[in-house]
Design a protein around this ligand. Structure first.
Ligand code: HEC
Ligand SMILES: [Cu+2]
Length: 423
């Protein structure tokens, strides 16, 4: 008897011993899920790329669609899951009392087959729900695809050019093919005007997206895709490249800056002014370094190169050899146009703030009143690849800015002084 009991005893002992560990395991599992979701949600909180903070009519429409479809989905989810849980509990078979016994066949509920009404019902209802969702989705899609921008606009179009790993904006204020303003990473727009965009790329496929203002549009090399954008409010609206495009894809941001129509005009007039040879001694020294080391890639409208830089000839569009740069050559193709670099709030694909504490400063006053983020700018000039991975030394296709570690600290100081005159 005791010999017979002992195995049972051990079994129940090990059973009780095992039980807490299962509980602990479950609890740990639950905690992991809760912690994981909390982390996931924390990733959404306070992110600048909030897709649910629309600031333009079309972004509003997208958001409303999302919320509408979300509500329908939540209701369907609750109904279906509720029915599953209800049925699982309601029709649960009581476990057999004796452990050796299996579930008796007689306990199975009556098996029925075919209920025409029910089947028609659960076919039609989802169809109707999907049709309603499709109706509103298509409406929004058509509105998104309607690229007829505002009639009475100051800007005919902006050509958006993505390249590894920054964005160029070429403003066309009139009907010709020559861009009137060329800038990088910050698209300054008059509030309340829908602006027509031609989205394209110089290398691989990128995607243009400002979550608060519009949907996504791929930037495909060799093709221009029509798009529109409207800043519905004053402010800075961030965007990311949303098509994986290589090494620094995650550091390819851009900003839309919404300003008043009057401010926009002031900004535009300033952007169209040529850069000038500085008078200040430090800045002048900086211009000399720049024309020797940097002008082979970067364009400064209206400035002649001090030296006859042969390196410039290797770039198709920019001819830096002591020539006045005309409108057509504002685009270097190799690097951002720096004619008004100091007027921008960020640099290097919009990832570094050029000025600190900019919230209190008007966008148009940044160059005058901004608190220069000097350390970051100097770090960029001396070794850009270290600040943002690029492929400047790739044998199969160089990308991005080269390191300039040989520059003396005086050179760097002078370069910064010069760049700050480019407002
Ligand atoms: C080989 C071409 C090349 C040369 C030479 C070059 N740059 Fe650049 N530079 C680039 C590219 C490409 C970018 C954009 C990189 C990015 O955003 O990822 C850039 C970005 C910049 C930016 C940020 C511009 C912006 O608005 O985002 C500054 C400032 C700059 N370079 C300064 C300089 C200075 C100063 C020199 C000379 C010491 C120099 N560059 C030489 C290619 C070059
Ligand atoms: Cu990209």
């Amino acid at each position: 008897m005791s010999q017979k009991e002992s195995p049972v005893g051990t079994a129940s002992q090990s059973d009780t011993a095992r039980r807490p560990s299962t509980h602990v395991r479950r609890r740990v599992g639950g905690l992991a899920v809760a912690g994981g979701s909390a982390l996931l949600l924390a990733g959404c909180a306070d992110t600048p790329l909030d897709t649910m903070a629309p600031e333009s009519p079309i972004a509003n429409e997208i958001n409303n669609l999302f919320i509408g479809v979300g509500i329908v989905a939540v209701i369907v989810f609750i109904l279906v899951q509720g029915a599953v849980i209800y049925m699982a509990r309601r029709f649960r078979v009581a476990p057999p009392k004796d452990e050796s016994q299996i579930y008796p066949d007689e306990d199975f509920p009556e098996q029925i087959h075919g209920n025409t009404r029910l089947e028609i019902g659960w076919t039609i209802l989802p169809t109707v729900i999907m049709a309603v969702v499709a109706f509103f989705t298509l409406g929004t899609l058509f509105n998104l695809d309607d690229v007829s921008a505002s009639d009475n606009r100051q800007i005919q179009k902006v050509t958006v050019v993505g390249q590894q790993w920054w964005w160029e904006f070429q403003y066309h204020l009139d009907d010709d093919d020559i861009p009137d303003i060329v800038t990088a990473n910050e698209l300054v727009l008059p509030v309340g005007e829908e602006i027509y965009l031609d989205v394209t790329s110089r290398d691989v496929i990128h995607s243009f997206w400002i979550p608060a203002l519009n949907g996504k549009r791929d930037a495909v090399p060799g093709r221009t895709s029509p798009w529109t954008i409207e800043a519905g409010a004053l402010g800075r609206f961030p965007g990311e490249c949303t098509e994986f495009c290589g090494l620094s894809h995650a550091y390819m941001e851009k900003w839309v800056i919404g300003v008043t129509a009057d401010d926009w005009q002031v900004w535009a007039d300033n952007q169209m002014a040529d850069a000038e040879v500085p008078t200040d001694a430090d800045a002048l020294a900086g211009w000399e370094v720049f024309s020797a080391q940097c002008a082979s890639c970067h364009v400064l409208n209206g400035l002649t190169s001090l030296n006859d830089t042969d390196a410039a000839d290797s770039f198709e569009i920019y001819d830096g050899a002591n020539r006045l740069i005309d409108k057509q050559t504002q685009v270097s193709g190799a690097a951002p146009n720096l004619s008004h670099f100091a007027s921008r709030s960020t640099f290097a694909g919009g990832i570094f703030e050029l000025y600190e504490n900019i919230d209190d400063v008007d966008y148009l006053d940044l160059a005058q009143a901004g608190d220069l983020n000097r350390g970051q700018l100097e770090a960029w000039i001396t070794n850009a690849p270290e600040q943002k991975s690029n492929a400047w030394d790739s044998p199969t296709g160089q990308r991005g800015m080269t390191p300039f570690e040989a520059l003396s600290s005086d050179d760097v100081d002078h370069l910064v002084a010069f760049l700050m005159t480019l407002d």
